[in-house]
Design a binder for this molecule. Structure first.
Ligand code: HEC
Length: 112
């Protein structure tokens, strides 16, 4: 009986510990992100989301969820997402840069 009680307490402690970093991760700084995202908008802010040359589709990133944007940028940085253009973009970003940029883009609903 007693050991079962401890199992429950330990599980709760473990789950609590797991959720804390996830909560922290979503606290990017929007204002810092706006400055850091400026170069991104050269591609992501263009009308029709189509680059002039070479002609390829650029996805709309403004208004996507922060969690998704963080995951996407980290995947480009690590090479899990192979697109060469975005790999080059992600390569120079720190975790903090990614979180700031994601916070800014998630809150943006304009042309980004
Ligand atoms: C030279 C043009 C260019 C620049 C500059 C650029 N991107 Fe991209 N981005 C693209 C293209 C093209 C894709 C689609 C890649 C693919 O198919 O995986 C993309 C994809 C993305 C995605 C994934 C979107 C989705 O719906 O899955 C995110 C997030 C993103 N870019 C963010 C950024 C950020 C943040 C920056 C600035 C640090 C940036 N991009 C700079 C061209 C660019």
């Amino acid at each position: 009986m007693q050991s079962r009680f401890f199992t429950v307490v330990l599980c709760a402690a473990f789950l609590g510990g797991m959720s804390a970093p996830a909560g922290l991760q979503a606290e990017g700084d929007k204002d810092a992100g706006r400055a850091k995202a400026e170069s991104c908008l050269g591609c992501h802010g263009i009308e029709g989301y189509r680059n002039a040359y070479p002609s390829y589709r650029v996805p709309k990133v403004g208004g996507q969820t922060e969690t998704y944007l963080i995951a996407a940028l980290k995947a480009y940085r690590s090479g899990d997402r192979a697109h060469p253009t975005m790999r080059a973009q992600g390569a120079g970003l720190s975790d903090e840069d990614i979180e700031d940029i994601a916070a800014y883009l998630a809150a943006a609903d304009g042309a980004e």
